[in-house]
Unconditional design. Sequence first.
Length: 273
Amino acid sequence: MAPAGPSMSDRRLPTRRQLGASDDLAICAHPGRHSRTFMDVAESDSTESGSADGGSPAGESIRIVLADDHVVVRSGLRILLDGQSDFKVVAEAGDAESAANLVRDHRPTVLVLDLNMPGGPSLEAIPHIRKESPETRVVVLTMEQEPAFARKALGAGALGYVLKEAADYELVEAVRRAAAGESYLAPSVGARMAAQPPSGRPDNLSVRETEVLTLIALGHTTAEIAELLFRSERTVESHRKHIQEKLLLNSRAELAGYAREHRLVSPKVKSAE
């Protein structure tokens, strides 16, 4: 009898380069809530005894710092993680600054980091945390399903991207993979990233959003932008809000800096603060 052909779970998914991220991405697909099939997009050098760049060797606990600003959510996540025989939650934080301090104090294997917490954007803290504790891998936990958020998180240095709605059956695997130096991307987000490859516009901004961002960087007020684009001020403000949400930026100055970095305007242009 001829051998059976490859199953759906054996087929290769798009490479991480096609998704707009770095190499060695692993995307996890789950046919059912409690049924998981994990597919490696690129071969990993990691083994069960630990990765070459510092993953936890076999027999050692995976030490975790858990950061989420909702106490009830954090308690549930701790129960989930502590339920694994090789996991140990060593500390909890309710904001990004506390999370960074706890990572510095405990040097955990993995930091599970809520993307939206008080005390400043968690995304901006990731590079600093990685620099302070290079051996600590970061798994982002979020409600954001937009590919732009995932690309920014992975680009900032996170190894895992897990949606809160799927945490009960994806977070354990994401933490385990991160501890071994492997990446994990929520399946639904991975599918959307494959369907929406990076375009010439930064972070999947629409043409209109790119126009608004450029005009903000040039120092125009909301009223001036509305007049230039023949739109209402309310519409312009709505565009600005969407831009800030997509880029995880909070102020006009940050938007202007972003526009200069992506050469939407000349680097010499300084917007009105």
